[in-house]
Design a protein around this ligand. Structure first.
Ligand code: 13P
Length: 263
């Protein structure tokens, strides 16, 4: 049975002064059985968020927003996977903002994936097409290519053991207030699962959680979670608002209940 997951991508928001309190409030307001919750603050807030969650609700996990593709070396300003051990247990990889702003390619993201798995970090691999690619009807081809590029050369057993999660985040829906439809997301989730099978994750095509991300709110989350192929959300802007997170996780709890994940 696939995990139901709500992951908060705080992006470049919060400081060590306010992040612990925000994490505490979100944790307290999202105590819902059957939903895996993950908070991904900026690197400098990982320690304070981890401490805060350990005190209030250790079942909420902490994630990083990226990781470097090398273990150590002369890479000014970068953070490697071994440095995150003890601070985070999840990591977002290949977010479209990093593909856009840091020039991350599928091959580079694939190397990061290897580092994350070696360090025991559970990866959320982001894929998604740009608007012009969707308008040209190429969205599934683009996403299949991103998936194949990042997964190439990885041992299916290690991806399986590492709990790989895929987030479908159409670029045109991120931070725009314009979301994909539930049906669009479900079609893409099916294409992603077919791509996973091609990458050698035959059975895992069905057991890998696929999340939707892109202008998710407490109002539209139901449309995505009504789709049996969608297993949760990667939330950006709304993840900084406790009311929104409470609504999103409550709706995810209904899905978890419906799937028999709640004892
Ligand atoms: P928004 O929810 O702000 O559109 O961001 C989505 C996202 O990029 C999550 O990783």
């Amino acid at each position: 049975m696939r995990d139901v997951i709500v992951a908060a991508n705080w992006k470049m928001h919060t400081t060590p002064t306010d992040a612990g309190e925000l994490a505490r409030v979100i944790a307290a307001r999202t105590r819902i059985a059957g939903v895996a919750r993950v908070i991904c603050p900026p690197f400098v807030c990982l320690a304070v968020v981890r401490e805060s969650l350990a005190a209030v609700d250790p079942s909420v996990s902490v994630g990083a927003q990226t990781v470097h593709h090398e273990l150590a070396g002369a890479f000014t300003g970068e953070i490697s996977a071994p440095m995150l051990v003890g601070l985070a247990t999840w990591v977002i990889l290949g977010h479209s903002e990093r593909r856009r702003d840091a020039g991350e390619t599928d091959a580079l993201i694939g190397r990061k994936l290897g580092r994350a798995l070696d360090a025991g970090l559970r990866p959320i691999l982001c894929v998604g097409e740009r608007l012009e690619e969707r308008e040209a009807g190429r969205q599934e081809a683009v996403v299949r290519q991103q998936l194949a590029g990042a997964l190439a050369g990885h041992d299916p057993a290690s991806l399986r053991g590492g709990g790989l999660v895929i987030a479908y985040e159409p670029v045109w829906a991120i931070g725009t207030g314009r979301n994909a439809s539930g049906a669009d997301a479900a079609r893409m989730a099916a294409a992603i699962r077919a791509g996973l099978a091609t990458a050698g994750l035959a059975e895992d095509g069905e057991s890998t959680s696929v999340l939707y991300g892109g202008s998710v709110t407490s109002v539209n989350i139901g449309e995505f979670l009504a789709e049996p192929g969608i297993d949760g959300a990667l939330v950006g802007g709304a993840s900084l608002k406790p009311d929104e997170m409470a609504g999103i996780v409550a709706r995810a709890g209904l899905t978890a209940q419906g799937r028999g994940l709640v004892p």
